[in-house]
Design a protein around this ligand. Structure first.
Ligand code: B12
Ligand code: SF4
Ligand code: SF4
Length: 298
């Protein structure tokens, strides 16, 4: 059990306090363990960022993604009837985190060629359960401090839009809010490249509090990918067993179909416990952006 600090103490250094809170969950929670394999951890130390809730990017996302994509204010209004912009005059923000997979999990998937390794599949399935635990933990943490807070992915408001040109999308994209918080950028294969690479899972919580935003230091939404601007790399194209990546980008429909029609059922049985494997994630491992920003090498 992690105690909530008092509000003044929290305000002295919010970023560090949140970082410590999530790091402790990573270290201590039995949910961050591959229980059905060997009880080793799933995720390592997190990265944390904070986006301003009124960042103009969120309005841009209605154009880039679709009008259905919610802004942080709309999330709060939908969750707390009666919540108005006036009540949010003190500010709103979005606290975001990145949970990098352990080296062992990444290594196991690096050796895979046709479908994900068992360790990666367990890591994805049970890792998302842990990620939900972090989401709920942070919501409770902020509510304990007296702030309204909601994790969009745990809210009834969240929906996956399955019939959308170009493939699945949703009304709250975790990675777009991570981008707003300066935690990284997108890439040729659609994956999000952070300082600890692309092989990760991530999350966010919208909070009715004014907290200092973290810097967005990237020049474009694909700045961390070696493919831009001069077509260097493209290693993920060859890693993809579904031919879902090309110099034109990521074909989400082919990516998903490959899992559904080719390996989903087989792997589900091999896993030994009930698992619905996600897309293979081979493009996230054994690539230069797996565990870092490859451009830092240049
Ligand atoms: C639906 C979904 C899928 C779909 C579609 C993915 C997609 N690209 O949207 C499918 C089934 C294909 C999929 C596959 C995978 N997924 Co998935 N998925 C989701 C889910 C539930 C919603 C995604 C969403 O809303 N997308 C919104 C659309 C608009 O995003 P997009 O099309 O990629 O956005 C592009 C444009 O917006 C464009 N863009 C154009 N102009 C501009 C301008 C600006 C300023 C910006 C910022 C962007 C931008 O940039 C983007 C990239 O090209 C999220 C969870 C969540 N709520 O976020 C997880 C999530 C994206 N998935 C994740 C993972 C790990 C995977 C897999 C590796 C499978 C796995 N379980 O291991 C594969 C990876 C496939 C790949 N190459 O990306 C992680 C992301 C990890 C990462 N490093 O990026 C997420 C965030 C889950 C999590 N909580 O961690 N997934
Ligand atoms: S493997 Fe290369 S081209 Fe593909 S996303 Fe990573 S850096 Fe970009
Ligand atoms: S998740 Fe697998 S199928 Fe989808 S783009 Fe990446 S490598 Fe290809």
């Amino acid at each position: 059990m992690i105690n909530t600090p008092d509000r003044d103490k929290f305000q002295e250094n919010p970023l560090q306090t949140i970082e410590r809170f999530i790091s402790r969950l990573v270290l201590e929670s039995p949910l961050n363990r591959l229980t059905f394999i060997d009880n080793r951890p799933i995720f390592e130390k997190p990265l944390i960022g904070i986006a301003g809730g009124y960042d103009p990017l969120y309005k841009e996302y209605k154009r880039i993604i679709g009008t259905f994509h919610l802004t942080p204010l709309e999330i709060l209004e939908g969750e707390f009837p009666g919540f108005s912009e006036n009540e949010a005059k003190d500010g709103i923000c979005v606290v975001c985190w990145v949970l990098p997979f352990t080296r062992r999990i990444k290594k196991s998937n690096s050796g895979a060629r046709h479908w994900p390794s068992l360790r990666w599949s367990h890591g994805t399935q049970f890792g998302e359960k842990f990620n939900n635990f972090v989401r709920q933990g942070l919501v409770d943490f902020f509510r304990g401090l007296g702030y309204l807070a909601v994790a969009p992915m745990l809210s009834k408001q969240w929906t996956r839009i399955t019939h959308f040109p170009g493939g699945h999308t949703s009304n709250w994209s975790e990675r777009h809010t991570l981008y707003a918080a300066g935690l990284g950028t997108f890439s040729l294969n659609d994956g999000f490249i952070t300082e600890c690479g692309m092989a990760m899972r991530c999350g966010s919580v919208v909070v009715a509090a004014k907290l200092p935003s973290t810097e967005r230091k990237y020049g474009s939404h694909v700045a961390n990918c070696l493919f831009y601007p001069d077509n260097k790399c493209g290693i993920c194209i060859d890693r993809c067993p579904a031919n879902a990546i090309s110099i034109k980008g990521h074909d989400k429909i082919a990516c998903r179909r490959y899992r559904e029609e080719f390996f989903g059922n087989v792997l589900s049985k091999q896993c030994g416990v009930h698992i619905t494997p996600g897309s293979c994630g081979l493009c996230q491992t054994d690539v230069p952006c797996e565990s870092r920003i490859p451009k830092a090498d240049r």
